[in-house]
Design a protein around this ligand. Structure first.
Ligand code: GLN
Length: 201
């Protein structure tokens, strides 16, 4: 199975490393033929507005969006989560997302209190120890549709819980950056519970 990491902007190399550590064939993708050739996609952390604009200008936007909607396993971290959301709050004017997950995501949500932070979280489907979650100008999920499973949450300084990892079918999104910690269990979850499940059909 070939897994592409969308290489328009963001921390592409770190995702390739995490996927390679899981024993899969991972490569940077940024052309139409490369995106047609992969069986799963990772959308890295970075800047969602920039990634969306570059995808438009390189004529990749509709291809990616269509492949996601037709079931290609896709994992987005941070900016990647925003790009998988059907609905974005605090978007810049005209900001587009590929969509696919029935959720409302708020950009830079923690930023009103704290810009960047790390914490240990429980992640449904991944056994303990907890996952070290690195948040960098991160979004959180404000609401989800009935098809969306919440896998992890954090409590904000006001004591309110917010989903920070969600799954809908073949789509996985996290507000945080597991690619930055050297712990590849979230990538392994994506590979084993989503990508490899498909290959068995
Ligand atoms: N705030 C960024 C955005 O809106 C996401 C930050 C990140 O990916 N670390 O795209």
């Amino acid at each position: 199975m070939k897994i592409g990491v969308l290489a328009l902007q963001g921390d592409v190399r770190e995702h390739i490393q995490s996927l390679s550590d899981c024993g899969v064939d991972a490569l940077a993708v940024k052309t139409i033929s490369e995106i047609q050739s992969i069986s799963a996609l990772v959308i890295p952390g970075g800047e969602s507005t920039t990634i969306a604009k570059l995808a438009r200008s390189f004529d990749l936007f509709d291809l990616i969006s269509d492949r996601i909607k037709s079931g290609m396993p896709t994992y987005g971290s941070c900016a990647g989560m925003i790009l998988l959301a059907n609905n974005i709050k605090d978007a810049i004017e005209g900001q587009e997302s590929f969509g696919g997950i029935d959720m409302v995501v708020r950009r830079n949500a923690f930023g009103r209190q704290i810009d960047s932070f790390e914490t240990d979280i429980k992640f449904k489907g991944i056994t303990e120890p907890k996952i070290r979650a690195v948040f960098i100008r991160a979004p959180w999920v404000e609401s989800v549709g009935s098809e969306v499973e919440v896998l992890a949450e954090v409590t904000d300084p006001d004591g309110v819980n917010h989903p920070v990892a969600v799954r809908q079918g073949n789509l996985l999104a996290t507000s945080f950056h597991p690619e930055l910690t050297g712990d590849n269990r979230v990538h392994r979850y994506f590979v084993e519970n989503i990508c490899n499940q498909l290959a068995t059909f």
